[in-house]
Ligand binder design. Structure first.
Ligand code: B1M
Length: 279
C-alpha cells in the first residue's frame, strides 16, 4: 500500500532559501514518517543543488519505502524545482545551475514514468502533446503526458520546439481527441495561438479539443485565444481531459457552455482544496 502524503497543500518555501538544516526544522511533509520526511528534504536539496548523479538513488530509496511515484513528482520534486525557478528569477542562479537541476528532474522522471504509465486504465483516446516552437522546456509536459497515459489515453509526445506544421502532421496521422500545447516562456506562448489558428484554418478545429498549459498560461489566455481548456497542472489536465471525452464530448471548441464547465471544474477543485485545508 503506497503511503498517503498530502502534496495538495501550499507550503511556505522560505526555508529553501537557506539550507537543509533549516528545511529539516519545518513541518513540511510532517504527515510522512520521519525518515521519509527527511528523504523528501534531501531530494528537494538534491534538485536545488543540481546533484543529478545522486537523484536516482534518493528516488529509489523513497520508492522502496512505498512512496508513490506521483507523490514524489507533486511533492519534493515540485518544491525543489520551484526554488530553482525563484533563484533563477532573482539572478541567484544562472543557466548552468538551472540545467543541472533540470537534469535531476529528468533523471527522476526516467525512473518514475514506467511506474506511472503501468497504472494505465482502459483506453480512452489519443492525445497529441508538444512544447510549442521556440520553447525547450519539457519537464512539465512530460509529467502531463505520463499522467494522461496512466489515465487511459494514448499519448503522442512530439517533444520540444514543435512547429505548427509538425502539430498538423501529427493530427492528420493520429486523429487525436485532444491536442495539448505546452509553453513556459512569455515569448513562446503566442505559438499556442499560431498553432491553434492553423488547426482552425485546416478545418480540424471541430474534431478535437485544444488544451493549453505552462507557467505563463492562464484561463484568461486560454479564453483569449479560444482554446478549450487550461490546465494548471497534470492532475487538472487529466480531470479536464476525461471530461472532454465524456460528458463534454459533444460540445464544440469555443462553445460557451464548455467554457463554463471548465471554469466550474476549477472552482470546485479550489473549494475542495480550501475545505481540506481548513478541516
Ligand atoms: Co527556463 N525559464 N529558460 N529553463 N526555466 C523558466 C520558465 C522561467 C520562468 C525562469 C524564471 O525566470 N523564473 C523563465 C521564463 C520567464 C518568462 O518567459 N516569463 C525561463 C527562461 C527565461 C529561460 C531561458 C530564456 C533562459 C535563457 O536562455 N536566458 C531559456 C529558454 C530556452 C528555450 O526554451 N528556448 C531557459 C532554459 C531552461 C533550461 C533548458 C535550462 C531548463 C529546461 C529544461 C527542460 O525542460 N528540459 C529550464 C528550467 C528548468 C526552468 C524552470 C526553472 C523550471 C521549469 C520546470 O520544469 N518546472 C522555470 C521556472 C518556473 O517555471 N517557475 C524556467 C517544473 C514543471 C513540473 O512545471 O513546466 O510549469 P511546469 O509544468 C506544469 C504546469 O505548467 C502544467 O502541468 C505541469 C505539471 O504540473 N503544464 C501543462 C505544462 N505544460 C502543460 C501542457 C498541457 C497541460 C498542462 O497541455 C496538455
Amino acid at each position: 500500500m503506497p503511503l498517503v502524503i498530502d502534496t495538495e497543500q501550499e507550503f511556505d518555501l522560505e526555508d529553501l532559501k537557506d539550507d537543509i538544516g533549516t528545511t529539516r526544522q519545518t513541518d513540511r511533509w510532517s504527515d510522512a514518517p520521519l525518515e521519509i520526511k527527511d528523504l523528501f528534504h534531501v531530494l528537494e536539496w538534491n534538485i536545488i543543488d543540481g546533484e543529478h548523479t545522486e537523484t536516482v538513488e534518493f528516488i529509489n530509496a523513497a520508492l522502496e519505502q512505498d512512496v508513490h511515484a506521483r507523490t514524489l513528482i507533486a511533492g519534493p520534486m515540485a518544491t525543489g524545482i520551484d526554488e530553482v525557478g525563484r533563484r533563477f528569477k532573482m539572478d541567484e542562479y544562472f543557466l548552468p545551475e538551472v540545467m543541472m537541476s533540470a537534469k535531476c528532474m529528468q533523471a527522476a522522471l526516467v525512473v518514475l514514468k514506467p511506474l506511472i504509465v503501468a497504472e494505465k486504465a482502459e483506453e480512452i483516446g489519443t492525445v497529441v502533446v508538444g512544447t510549442v516552437q521556440g520553447d525547450l522546456h519539457d519537464i512539465g509536459k512530460k509529467i502531463v503526458g505520463m499522467m494522461l497515459e496512466a489515465a487511459g489515453f494514448t499519448v503522442i509526445d512530439l517533444g520540444v520546439t514543435v512547429t505548427p506544421d509538425q502539430f498538423m502532421a501529427a493530427i492528420e496521422e493520429h486523429n487525436p481527441v485532444i491536442v495539448g500545447f505546452s509553453a513556459l516562456l512569455t515569448t513562446t506562448m503566442n505559438m499556442q495561438w499560431e498553432t491553434l489558428k492553423r488547426i482552425t484554418a485546416e478545418g480540424k478545429r471541430e474534431d478535437l479539443k485544444v488544451f493549453v498549459g505552462g507557467a505563463p498560461i492562464s484561463q484568461n489566455w486560454c479564453d483569449k485565444i479560444g482554446a478549450d481548456a487550461y490546465a494548471m497542472d497534470a492532475l487538472v489536465a487529466v480531470e479536464k481531459a476525461k471530461a472532454c471525452v465524456t460528458n463534454l464530448a459533444n460540445m464544440k471548441g469555443g462553445d460557451p457552455e464548455l467554457h463554463e464547465a471548465m471554469i466550474a471544474m476549477d472552482v470546485e477543485r479550489e473549494q475542495a482544496k480550501l475545505e481540506a485545508d481548513t478541516a
